[in-house]
Design a protein around this ligand. Sequence first.
Ligand code: NAD
Ligand code: ZN
Length: 385
Amino acid sequence: MEEDQSDMAQQTIHVALGTRSYDILVRRGLVSDLGEELTRLRRTGKVGVITDRNLAGHYLKPVMRVLKAAGFTVIPVILPPGERTKTLRSVAKVMDVLVDARFERSSTLLALGGGVIGDLTGFAAAIYQRGIPFVQVPTSLVAQVDSSVGGKTGVDHPKGKNLIGAFNQPQAVLIDPAMLHTLPRREWVAGLAEVIKYGVIADGSLFEYVEQHIESILALDDVAVANIVKRSCEIKSEVVSEDEREADRRRILNFGHTIGHALESLGGYKGLIHGEAVAIGMVYEADLARHLGYCSQDVVDRLRKLVEASGLPARLPEVSFHDLWSAMQQDKKVSAGTIYCVVPESIGTVRVVALDKQETRGWLTTLRRREPPIRRAVAGRRRVR
Ligand SMILES: NC(=O)c1ccc[n+]([C@@H]2O[C@H](COP(=O)([O-])OP(=O)(O)OC[C@H]3O[C@@H](n4cnc5c(N)ncnc54)[C@H](O)[C@@H]3O)[C@@H](O)[C@H]2O)c1
Ligand SMILES: [Zn+2]
């Protein structure tokens, strides 16, 4: 992987989507230049800064100051932090503010926050007056390497995550890796799971970079962090550019997510946070791939070692085959009852395969002989109810 050693250098990634193309900028200190960046994007007039209480405490004042200094009229909307905010009710709240402040088609929304704020703001921007421009300023690692890139926006429904939404591309994604310094540790480490995922699905040299620099990454070294953020954005945007609406290629982004989502839903979205579930999912999807003959034991070992070195969980909690299989079948990505799983062939290449129920059962049975289950986090479905 190409390394950039200077921590002030700006990295620009162009996301090629025809008329909806845009740039992702990665630069330490970028948050102080938001006024100039919006001006460069030819935005004028009103800017609605959508954020949550945690971010507002750290960044809202300085962000409002730089935007006002650049001549914008700034209207903040501060929502409670956390997934529970990702609802139509919050979108309605945002709509009320925009209507009251007389936002026009030419006004702009700015998402200042993690994936929750980014997804919600992108969706609000898609529907207010049938669409107004928006800019992403992602502040969590998950948002910087994953949710802010790709154009999937939306909110949750009480019956399921991300059930309501729209594809909507931003005008720009403005990433300041220095903002990660205030991110809670557990959230930061969980985001690394997605970075490791990009290495496995598309770039062995990114994986190797994380292996070799894990200590400086965990110490939040600015250069190392900027490098992994930039490379992850490149990979996601390459995949998305080839397949904006999730027909086929984009499915490789789900590596670790077939088992990961199942563990999340079995835990009632309470035990493991997303990146932790994905970390376990990656290790065991790789192990399943090895069982099915797609990859060598070495792939599984390297992956488990890196997941552990990152401080992410790497052991499958106690779960019955029945519970696991039915949870995997509820995933949105399942079509016509077939469960597709992304399996690694090597570190850096994957393929998508349909899972056979008997083979998967056989894998879990032999796995349990080798590795007795640990009791934690994930309860069986029946106990959750
Ligand atoms: N659109 C997509 O393609 C896509 C992809 C992946 C995830 N997502 C969505 O993203 C959401 C998860 O994103 P997330 O992990 O960023 O969650 P989040 O937005 O809830 O942020 C996690 C927590 O960290 C806090 N936080 C964020 N940045 C901070 C900072 N710099 N300093 C201090 N605190 C900070 C937030 O206030 C929150 O409490 C989920 O809703 C998921 O569905 C979407
Ligand atoms: Zn994910």
